[in-house]
Write a protein that binds this ligand. Structure first.
Ligand code: IPD
Length: 259
């Protein structure tokens, strides 16, 4: 186990507190509405985000917050917390357990700490820059699969209007690999790659609060994470592609042929 920074400790505490709220609501009648055509927001999302921000703010009042439900709080700080109170809201609405609280701390375009917590099955993934990645305090590593045809890859559909644009990538990859998965939470996809439950992750046009924590966790577990062009992923921007270094090179070649 690593010696955790104050920032990581507070992120874990905030995730655990949000987790209590999620468990209280889980599998009960959930109050929800559609916020952007296809995207659910529930009372639990809003309650959790408020709780997370209030816990972190007490310790770091100057920091900026970019929350899925409350937007960009925009202080002048060069620290920003990217918060998804429930990544996998649709699963939550349906009483499906693949969901997570995702909290990441960014400093000058680098994610320096990340926590992804599934409160239903009590799985706490976390990482800090250059300190490795952990699941329930045990170090985790990506799988070492080298063969594209044996790789299982998670692919998110993204938003309805974005899927058509991204389908060529998905079709091209699907033809070459072993199998596709979609667990309904981008944060968990990245953590599952980090601990070897899948081999690669393709997240088209995804928001930073969904993936910022998971990206650091995957990188610290040995994954290479880029955008679909093979360039650096930057907070607030675009596609995410993660895989072990071997597979990353090979699958990127397939993706690039579609551009
Ligand atoms: C969603 C999940 C899903 C992805 C969507 C995200 P939310 O996050 O991560 O896997 O396909 O694009 O918006 O809305 O449940 O926080």
């Amino acid at each position: 186990m690593i010696k955790k920074s104050e920032e990581l400790k507070i992120a874990i505490k905030a995730a655990e507190e949000a987790g209590k709220i999620i468990r209280n609501h889980f599998n009960k009648k959930i109050s929800k509405r559609l916020k952007s055509g296809t995207d659910y927001v529930t009372n639990a999302d809003i309650e959790c985000e408020k709780k997370i921000i209030s816990i972190i703010k007490k310790k770091f009042p100057e920091h900026n917050f970019i929350g899925e439900e409350s937007g960009n709080h925009n202080t002048k700080s060069n620290f920003a917390w990217h918060i998804d109170p429930i990544d996998g809201t649709t699963n939550f609405v349906y009483g499906h357990y693949e969901l997570a609280v995702s909290i990441a701390l960014e400093k000058d375009n680098e994610i320096i700490a990340g926590v992804v917590y599934n409160p239903i099955i009590n799985e706490m993934f976390y990482a800090e820059k250059n300190k490795g990645a952990y699941l329930n305090n045990k170090k985790i590593k990506v799988r070492n699969e080298k063969k594209v045809r044996l790789a299982t890859v998670s692919v998110s559909a993204g938003r309805r209007n974005l899927l058509a644009k991204r389908l060529p990538f998905v079709f091209a990859v699907e033809k070459e690999i072993h199998n596709i998965r979609n667990f309904g939470s981008a944060a968990l996809h990245l953590c599952y790659a980090a601990c070897g439950r899948i081999d690669a992750v393709l997240e088209p046009l995804i928001n930073s609060w969904d993936v910022a924590a998971g990206i650091l966790i995957a990188e610290e577990a040995g994954a290479k994470v880029t955008n679909f062009e093979g360039g650096k992923w930057l907070p607030m921007k675009g596609d995410v592609f993660a895989a072990n270094k071997n597979l990353h090179k090979k699958i990127l070649r397939i993706i690039k042929k579609c551009q």
